[in-house]
Design a binder for this molecule. Structure first.
Ligand code: ZN
Length: 283
């Protein structure tokens, strides 16, 4: 009996040491991209007008940009990120790639001035069919931001999930959006964010064939050079109001957050263990 108790205590201690070790590694290594990868932050709307699931208030967004600035994070460019993914070129200390999906007009009106204030730049993924529509960016705004260091990527023509298309329409969504943006911006378009984060093997092959260097999903996690450049993770900041502590937690413990998000997604998509998904939190 005594032996079993010693054995159990031993196992418990080993587990505690392991868990403390892993969390210390994440915490101490959070700022070192060689150890924990590069976080690609994913926003949608930043405004004080709407309170949708995609909206972050300007005060919260400012607090987050100020935090990144004060803690010595550096917003990197698409080119720097592409080089990193290819395994060449060192990044500045504490790199982050800041991204916005859908091209909401508040990215220009609210997010962009705050980013400028804290010397941050980022990438906005545009939907061609929604450009110039109420609530979305105009080409003039895009061009003006482009001149001032903001970057852009494709979020396709229609924003319908790419796997829902036949091969021809898929090609059209990928190549036409790229061409149109290149015409309007006078710059090469190298990045895409898959609408709704949805992709499959054909989508990845066609995205590469269309000439994109990187493709972003809405899967949670940080990115390493050995990851698939057509299946890149991001750290989500678009599920409604979010406390500052939650932002900091998700930025620092992206890997832990990703582990739980991925476990949740796996369970939710696996028939026999679906009910278990609701017990896995998505911190
Ligand atoms: Zn979208």
């Amino acid at each position: 009996m005594k032996k079993i108790i010693y054995w159990l205590v031993g196992v418990m201690l080993a587990l505690v040491v392991l868990i403390v070790g892993i969390f210390s590694y994440w915490y101490l290594g959070a700022a070192n991209y060689h150890l924990t990868g590069v976080p690609v932050l994913n926003y949608h709307q930043v405004n004080d007008k709407y309170k949708t699931a995609l909206t972050m208030t300007t005060a919260d967004f400012e607090e987050q940009m100020k935090y990144l600035h004060d803690r010595g994070y550096h917003a990197i460019t698409q080119k720097q990120f592409i080089q990193y993914m290819r395994g060449d070129g060192a990044l500045p200390d504490k790199p982050v790639l800041i991204t916005f999906d859908d091209g909401y007009v508040d990215n220009y009106e609210c997010a962009y001035p705050i980013m400028k204030k804290y010397h941050m730049t980022g990438t906005i993924f545009l939907i061609m069919d929604l450009m110039e529509k109420p609530g979305y960016l105009t080409w003039n705004q895009v061009q003006s931001m482009s001149k001032n260091g903001m970057e852009f990527g494709s979020h396709t023509i229609s924003h319908k999930p790419l796997p829902s298309f036949d091969e021809n329409r898929m090609k059209y969504e990928l190549t036409q959006s790229k061409q149109l943006m290149e015409q309007k911006l006078g710059k090469r378009v190298t990045c895409i964010a898959y609408p709704e984060g949805k992709y499959n093997d054909l989508v990845k092959t066609q995205t590469k064939a269309a000439g994109y260097s990187l493709a972003f999903t809405v899967n949670t996690g940080r990115d390493f050079p050995w990851d698939d450049p057509y299946e890149l993770d991001r750290v989500p900041f678009f599920e409604g109001p979010m406390s500052f502590e939650h932002f900091e937690f998700r930025l620092i413990f992206s890997a832990f957050s990703a582990l739980l998000w991925n476990t949740h997604a796996y369970l939710a998509h696996t028939e026999w263990c679906k009910p278990a998904a609701k017990y896995v939190p998505q911190p």
